[in-house]
Ligand binder design. Structure first.
Ligand code: PHB
Length: 396
């Protein structure tokens, strides 16, 4: 490897998604150098349709650290959601229950804002790299990679952050005996569409029905995002627009409510599972975001957890570089996992309450309705949902 070019930085970051770019931005503001390596191109990330709910804590982070005030202009503040079952809608009023809101602002926009900010600030973000490998995480770490022009590098760093998503390579740099991965599979997936149609509702509708779950979300005045529960092996090729709308109608319409339909311009099957890797740190490698944990999209927590991870990690790194004291950095995994498991519970709960397993009998469905009724008919029930959905007001 004699002809690898050597680069040095303080923190090497794998992954230029929201977690990696936000960490790099926070570090730069504190005068700490980082280099971000990303396997995909900027264009590929920018063109991937992703989910869209930001907790108020995530919005504050984006605004306060100077990444985006666009979220306040172009994002939509939502003061509640609707739970719909037995053909009726029940509003969960976040403002009334916990005095908080969430923002509908797609992850793709968060990425665009962060990428633009890093570029404007002269950040070292390298897209379309290949052949990455992480070495010596128990000592002085290095990352080998080949850049988009085919040049081989050795990046030497004090720390490495694996923020490289659910198919993370960096987590396999942790010796198997030193990591434990918890997994939970669900017997369904989401069929996600974008449609050219006006809004059917100003707030999100999470609908339970005898035919399965559906979620009505929004994007702009003229494009909407919606999902319905499907089999994980579903093939988008089998779904005409007519069949898609028939499915949505049978799960959401009724009692005077009708979805506004239009041409379907994007269809994808989103598989999901719950996973947590612990600890989120080994030696000088720290994992953040989907590289360490994934949640089903029902609780809208994935992006928010990733941003929370890097905020905690940044505080640890900043404290270490300023004072030489590693106490906060050493607490990273525990501090991050605390919120991760709350979010796992919330996402699991929303998912199992709202989706119908294919083999579910009458008991399962009637019990789910009992559960949904318990939630909406009790202020405590609604407040539990509102607290978790908006990101546990008062927590760090
Ligand atoms: C979305 O708008 O894409 C979205 C919203 C809420 C969710 C999941 C996805 O729980």
């Amino acid at each position: 490897m004699a002809n690898r070019k050597v680069l040095t930085t303080q923190v090497a970051i794998l992954g230029a998604g929201p977690a990696g770019l936000m960490l790099s931005h926070l570090l730069a503001k504190a005068g700490i150098e980082s280099t971000v390596l990303e396997l995909r191109s900027h264009q590929e990330i920018a063109e991937t349709v992703r989910a869209g709910i930001l907790e108020h804590g995530s919005v504050n982070l984006l605004v306060d650290c100077g990444v985006s005030d666009r979220v306040l202009r172009d994002g939509d503040r939502h003061d509640g959601i609707e739970l719909r079952f037995n053909g009726e809608s029940h509003r969960i009023d976040f403002q009334d229950l916990v005095g908080e809101s969430v923002w509908l602002y797609p992850q793709t926009d968060v990425f665009l804002d962060l990428a633009a900010r890093r570029q404007a600030d002269g950040g070292d973000v390298r897209y379309s790299v290949t052949d990455t490998s992480i070495l010596d995480i128990e000592g002085k770490p290095k990352v080998w990679f080949t850049d988009a022009d085919g040049v081989d590098y050795e990046l030497q760093a004090d720390f490495v952050t694996g923020a490289d998503g659910s198919r993370s390579q960096s987590r396999s740099a942790i010796p198997e005996a030193r990591r434990q991965r918890y997994l939970h599979e669900y017997p369904f997936a989401w069929f996600g569409i974008l449609t050219e149609a006006p809004r059917s509702s100003n707030e999100l509708i999470y609908a339970h029905s005898a035919n399965g779950f559906a979620l009505i979300s929004q994007r702009t005045e003229t494009v909407q995002r919606m999902y319905f529960q499907c089999d994980p092996n579903e093939d988008v090729g089998n779904w005409s627009d007519d069949r898609i709308w028939e499915t949505f109608r049978s799960r959401v319409n009724g009692n005077g409510f009708e979805l506004k339909e239009g041409p379907v311009i994007d269809k994808t099957v989103l598989k999901f599972r719950s996973s947590v890797l612990t600890p989120m740190r080994h030696g000088n490698l720290f994992l953040a975001g989907d590289a360490a944990h994934t949640v089903p999209p029902t609780g809208a927590k994935g992006l928010n957890l990733a941003l929370h991870d890097v905020k905690v990690l940044f505080e640890g790194l900043d404290s270490f570089y300023r004072t030489g004291n590693a106490r906060l950095l050493d607490a990273y995994s525990d501090l991050a996992l605390d919120r991760v498991w709350k979010a796992q519970q919330f996402s699991y709960w929303m998912t199992s309450m709202l989706h119908t397993p294919a083999e579910a009998g009458g008991f399962t469905r009637a019990r789910q309705l009992g559960e949904l009724n318990s939630v909406v008919s009790s202020r405590h029930g609604r407040a539990y949902l509102a607290e978790a959905y908006t990101g546990w007001p008062g927590s760090r």
